[in-house]
Design a binder for this molecule. Structure first.
Ligand SMILES: [Zn+2]
Length: 289
């Protein structure tokens, strides 16, 4: 499957080199300053091995984008992590001005990476409830439903195998199976699921593995970073953030440290192998991640 994708990438790159590389420089970054924070669990991201396609492989390759890469079309599971990507695959992202769009224009309120000791596999972009959320690329809607963490969520699979996720919508407007173009409306922004404050939780994934959307898009400038994206094992690295350790000061309690660092008490206890009732020593060094 991988080899197939690699081979396919070559003519696409050649094709792209024949076309102007100019992309729309979109503006309109806005939205009021507002903090939003929430946590997402990995719950729901389970592998469903019972799903068998009803289509023959030949039918499916015709009907479903990147079927040759995924080998299925699952409209139930938000994501299924496939075996780790070990090859280098060149994904063509854009050919012309109209083939990509910013899902929304707004300030980034939380980047991809570790947050409060948990993984945050997307980029949070400020919006107002009711703002339209647009498909980043052409593709086919694979998921359009409610999820307890993502709220109303839409996932689009693109012909190059990339998938994009749009979470916390107030309303899904695109239906499963809809063929969409870049810039088509998928839903309306909101704050459903595990979210405080209206924003878009935007993810880019390949074979179920999250890629920092900021590696694909310059989200604040509103353009692609490049016409193509090189998928390598490094593309999936999740950056750590915040200090790694905390030195206990006089008067500190585990609860106060938890509140300040954003790392839950249970997690502090686990990674430091202590109990919530343990007495902290002044000068003691605690792991925060
Ligand atoms: Zn988020």
């Amino acid at each position: 499957m991988m080899e197939f994708a690699s081979r396919m990438a070559v003519p696409l790159v050649l094709w792209a080199s024949l076309l102007p590389a100019a992309f729309a420089q979109e503006e309109g970054i806005g939205g009021p300053v507002d903090s939003s924070s929430y946590e997402e669990t990995g719950a729901g991201l389970v592998v469903d091995e019972t799903t068998a396609p009803d289509w023959t492989a030949a039918d499916s390759s015709f009907h479903f984008p990147a079927y040759e890469t995924y080998g299925d079309w699952n409209t139930d599971q938000i994501f299924e992590r496939r075996p780790a990507v070990t090859d280098t695959i060149n994904l063509q992202l854009g050919w012309a001005n109209c083939d990509h769009a910013m899902p929304v224009h707004g300030r980034i309120t939380s980047p991809f990476g570790m947050r409060h000791g948990r993984h945050h596999y997307g980029t949070d972009i400020k919006l107002q409830t009711g703002d339209t959320v647009l498909s980043a690329f052409e593709g086919k809607v694979r998921i359009s439903r409610y999820h307890r963490d993502f709220g109303y969520v839409v996932v689009v699979r693109h012909p190059n195998g990339l998938e994009t996720l749009y979470g916390h919508l107030s309303k899904c407007l695109a239906q499963v199976g809809d063929e969409v173009q870049a810039g088509d409306v998928l839903g309306l922004g909101g704050s459903t699921g595990r979210s405080t404050g209206s924003h878009l939780h935007f993810e880019t994934r390949y074979l179920g593995h999250p890629i920092d959307p900021a590696k694909v898009f310059d989200l604040e400038a509103g353009k692609l970073r490049s016409n193509s994206f090189l998928v390598t094992p490094k593309a999936f690295q999740v950056p750590a953030s915040g200090p790694a350790r905390y030195r206990v000061r006089k008067g500190d309690t585990l609860y106060a440290i938890s509140r300040r660092s954003g790392v839950p008490v249970a997690r502090l206890c686990k990674i430091n192998r202590i109990k919530a009732s343990s007495t902290l020593r002044v000068g003691q060094s605690l792991r925060l991640r």
